[in-house]
Write a protein that binds this ligand. Sequence first.
Ligand code: CP3
Length: 358
Amino acid sequence: MSTQSFNDRFLRACRRQPVDRTPVWFMRQAGRSQPEYRQLRERYSLLEICQLPELCAEVTLLPVRQLGVDAAILFADIMLPLGPMGVHFRLQGGLGPVVEAPIRRSPDIERLRPLEPEEDLPFVLEAIRLLRGELKVPLIGFAGAPFTLASYLIEGGPSRTFTQTKAFMYQEPALWHRLLEKLAAAIVQFLKAQAQAGAQALQVFDSWVGCLGPADYRAYVLPHMRRLFSELQDVDIPIIHFGVGTGGLLELMQEAGGDVLGIDWRVRLDQVWQRLDYRTALQGNLDPATLLGPWELVERQALKILAQAGGRPGHIFNLGHGVFPQTSPEHLQRLVELVHERSPEFISGFSSQEEAAP
Ligand code: CP3
């Protein structure tokens, strides 16, 4: 039996409680940057891995063992709940999700079935139960946010400009809201089920919402996000609210909800925190591309982020978006060590400042 005790730094930071070291994990830590994962993918598709709880648990554990991160994220995909809702899609390597029959009209939306996670996605919940027996760090469950899922459903695949999504939103506002309502309801059920199965934190990925201006976010997305978070209020675990390119939306995203906001590298962490009155924990925000450079660059940029966080309770070190496949696992491992070794300086600096305050 392992004598190692449970590492709760990540959960403490989510609640803005003091920690000994800044917790660190990486979005897309389980996946293509790991040779072991690539080997498995020669025999199984991504969706097959998700549907086999033992294998899914194994892939989730890989980065925890190899990198020493302070949290595990369940191996799954934001597209998973759309299958049982009646959407036919595939995950195309190097591209992303491709939807066979994109949503165009009212019947396409009415046809979407409500999600019943215990019947529809039992393998996800089983993987969570298996993992809770193994892990000494918290397990993060997740789902895609309504806007980001709607963008795949309407575009039929990835997009740079989201023109079809926006055209639908502007031309068919009633249908848009109906679609987002249905997606939000499904996501709430899915996240509740993950929490009940044992997930200790949840992340809502609104990866592509940064394509919207603040007025459109307020009109077309905020009401759904507000409802989503309020329906999750009795789920007593921290929730991370994440998006890319959201510099102009952060106050609105804070208003929508979540205990932690995930921010990308286009904003300065110290300025964001001040803007948000330090009322929300922050996760981020190293540019994942930094890891493609020499170690000295990674070190310099990571220390800059720790300095901007200033040792204040409520920072979770992460990248601003997912790990690139070509990232060297050694860099990731060294980055975890760096954050653990160097953050105590900043943390003690912050506490002595607090003591000095009148
Ligand atoms: O380690 C982890 O982060 C957990 C696993 C995870 C995956 N997808 C596995 C996966 C998570 C958290 C996701 C979320 C996800 N999926 C998001 C939100 C996060 C983000 O990146 O903004 C989005 C937008 C998707 C949709 C999706 N699925 C994309 C864009 C891709 C990549 C396509 C490509 O090949 O570049 C996928 C496929 C996918 N999901 C992979 C992995 C590891 C790719 C590798 C493979 O095919 O094995």
